[in-house]
Design a protein around this ligand. Structure first.
Ligand code: SF4
Length: 415
């Protein structure tokens, strides 16, 4: 019997790029993206939203980088993000450099509003040196005015010409680590533009219907455009653009891919932090062990494995259940509230035990059964770790220093 993928048109062959740990294009699974709506300078608020997006199915998250404070926020966010971060750059080249200094895993440039060839080439050259891919993010609503007037408006050909022009600049500096989007709010225009893009380019394509609006109409528009193309074998990564909580975007993206048989359904949703300078345990090993132990039990919950009790329970407070390391202990939490502290060696066993009880008894009952001293013990461990490692365990201050130097050197009008 044919698999669901075999019933759709075969996926068009594209080159493969890699945003952080996520491969895009080639034989990589179609990935889901979303974008934060917080101010990127609000580190804790943005990280909280990134964790929610990851738990809802986002493989990659984009954050705006529109001011120096946003770039400095990224320097703190990136080491603690569970998924790779792409910085969205409009108008100001110096924000691209600042985002690169902050350590972003990808850039998105809009050719419609970052137009000076020398600046584009210079950003591409630096991205090349750092091994950071760029999305050429053409948007029908902000098309380069010269291209728009040449084509009599935002036609599919005009969108493709904008991408081709940017690609030529990139090629001049030998930069090829690129994916392309040609989004429009009109579904027929977007479909036609991507069909053309898939004939012209072998770069991975990022699909989306831009400014689709609030659900349900926004969801329908996004689905009409994205699903049509995916069924034709076009598209390597997708984003719904909804006027709504971005969690709905990530969830819709994931559900669409599952409905088309392009991603597997998951009962258990295990998320893990990336393990930054604060990590107190081997997050990768514990997450793998927990995945193996929990998967077979088919528990329909989100479980978070976090490297430290300083930030873990807060970052993953939207997970049903989680465990965070620290001071040779595991701090078990339900929806961000510490319910039990166990020896480090018992972390996975405690997680499995609590997961089964949580599914059987429900959140309220398990919160009521919490160990009365657990919160206080976790607070003491948190304080001791902060004392031992200081407030800047990820050395963000070094990156921020470089961002400030770059902003001092590079700033100036370029609109
Ligand atoms: S080690 Fe702690 S601060 Fe670092 S990413 Fe993991 S939970 Fe967040």
């Amino acid at each position: 019997m044919q698999t669901p993928q075999e019933l759709l048109s075969p996926r068009r062959a594209t080159r493969q790029i890699q945003i952080g740990s996520v491969k895009i294009g080639g034989d990589a699974p179609v990935s889901v993206q979303s974008m934060t709506t917080t101010k990127t300078a609000d580190v804790e608020g943005t990280l909280e939203q990134i964790y929610e997006l990851a738990a809802a199915g986002a493989d990659i998250v984009r954050c705006t980088c529109n001011e120096e404070a946003a770039a400095e926020g990224l320097a703190h966010i990136i080491p603690r993000s569970p998924v790779p971060i792409v910085a969205d750059i409009h108008f100001h080249q110096e924000m691209a450099y600042a985002a690169l200094e902050a350590g972003v895993q990808g850039l998105r440039l809009n050719p419609g509003n970052l137009r000076k060839p020398e600046e584009i080439k210079s950003i591409a050259a630096e991205a090349k040196d750092r091994g950071v891919p760029i999305r050429i993010g053409v948007n029908a609503g902000s098309l380069h005015p010269d291209i728009s007037s040449k084509h009599g408006g935002a036609t599919p050909e005009a969108l493709i010409e904008s991408a081709e022009l940017e690609l030529r600049y990139f090629e001049e500096v030998g930069f090829e680590d690129v994916k392309i989007s040609v989004k429009a709010s009109s579904v027929p225009l977007m479909i036609a533009a991507y069909r053309l893009a898939s004939e012209r380019f072998d770069h991975p394509l990022h699909l989306g219907v831009t400014e689709a609006g609030p659900p349900p109409a926004g969801l329908l528009k996004g689905t009409a455009g994205i699903a049509t193309l995916l069924a034709e074998g076009i598209g390597d990564t997708i984003r719904y653009s909804l006027t709504a909580d971005p969690v709905e975007e990530a969830r819709a993206g994931r559900q669409l891919l599952e409905a088309l048989g392009l991603r597997e359904r998951t009962g258990l949703d295990l998320i893990a932090c990336p393990s930054c300078g604060r990590a107190e345990v081997d997050v990768i090993a514990i997450a793998a062990e927990a995945q193996e132990a929990l998967e077979s039990r088919n528990l329909p919950i989100q479980v978070a494995v976090m490297g430290c009790v300083v930030n873990g329970p807060g970052e993953a407070k939207h997970a049903d259940l989680g465990i965070a390391g620290g001071r040779k202990k595991g701090h078990l939490f339900i929806q961000g509230k510490i319910v039990r502290v166990v020896p480090e060696a018992e972390m996975v066993a405690a997680l499995v035990d609590e997961a089964e009880k949580l599914v059987a008894e429900g959140v309220e009952a398990r919160l009521a059964a919490a160990d009365a001293t657990a919160e206080a013990e976790a607070a003491a461990d948190r304080a001791a770790l902060l004392d031992a490692k200081g407030a800047d365990a990820n050395h963000a201050s070094v990156k921020i220093e470089r961002i400030r130097e770059r902003m001092g050197e590079e700033s100036g009008p370029d609109v």
